[in-house]
Design a protein around this ligand. Structure first.
Ligand code: C5P
Length: 241
């Protein structure tokens, strides 16, 4: 379901990864970040520990990207997606590697949800950045990670997904192949002058937007900052600039 390009504000583009172990810590961060960022990303750790009721509580403060990366046979993904959609998160995702039929099953569930007034958009994960060329070769892929990411993005676009999760380094090629309305959500963002930690191929917020990212995922530079609200504001200012 590719959507028309909508001009997002710098604030709406910022997605903060809540990589914390408990609802208490996540809600404290949400209280500091509400109104300052576009979305909060809840991953498997937090979802498995705290569950759907916690997501509802969080969504009362800030829209949520539920980063569960579903990947199974089409029928199982459809049913899991239907369960996830009861929470009406702003974004959900599946692995593009699950193939066309699985992607289409997820798209159908999301389309039905949106037709009933839901707001969720579906993204497909292209290639995990933890998979380098060697790891892909071991899995039987001859392609480079960026070539495979583009192929998976085209597959997701054809199946009707709203966009992909990809590296900011691949966002421009994916935008050129699939169109501006097919969103690119990119992790690995580091504000100017901050530590890269374990991220290898990083971009600054301004570079990422200039390179075609729709949404930027930032975790530790905000969540580990002495003042997360101020860190988020500084990144919004950097996107604006
Ligand atoms: O703290 P940091 O900004 O590195 O957090 C980035 C977030 O994006 C984490 O939740 C991480 O799991 C996620 N992510 C990533 N690279 C990918 C996919 C997801 O860093 N390729």
């Amino acid at each position: 379901m590719p959507t028309q390009p909508s001009p997002l504000t710098p604030r709406e583009r910022l997605v903060v990864a809540l990589d914390v172990p408990s609802a208490r810590e996540a809600l404290a961060l949400a209280d500091q970040l509400a109104g300052r960022v576009g979305m909060l990303k809840v991953g498997l750790e937090l979802f498995c520990s705290e569950g759907p009721a916690f997501v509802r509580e969080l969504q009362a403060r800030v829209p949520v990207f539920l980063d569960l990366k579903l990947h199974d046979i089409p029928n199982t993904v459809r049913r899991a997606m239907e369960a996830v959609l009861r929470l009406d998160p702003r974004l959900v995702n599946v692995h593009a590697q699950g193939g066309p039929a699985m992607l289409e099953a997820a798209v159908e569930a999301v389309r039905a949800h949106r037709a009933a007034g839901g707001r969720t958009e579906l993204l497909a994960v292209t290639v995990l950045t933890s998979l380098d060329r060697e790891a892909l070769a071991a899995l039987g892929h001859a392609a480079q990670p960026d070539e495979l990411a583009l192929a998976y993005a085209k597959l997701a676009h054809q199946a009707g997904c709203g966009g992909v999760v990809c590296s900011a380094w691949e966002a421009a090629a994916i935008r050129d192949a699939c169109g501006e309305g097919f969103h690119r959500l990119t992790p690995g963002i580091r504000p100017t002058g901050s530590a890269h930690q374990d991220q290898a191929r990083v971009m600054t917020p301004a570079q990422a937007v200039a390179s075609g990212s729709t949404w930027l995922v930032v975790g530790r530079p905000i969540t580990h900052a002495p003042d997360p609200a101020a860190a988020a504001e500084a990144i919004v200012a950097e996107i604006q600039a």
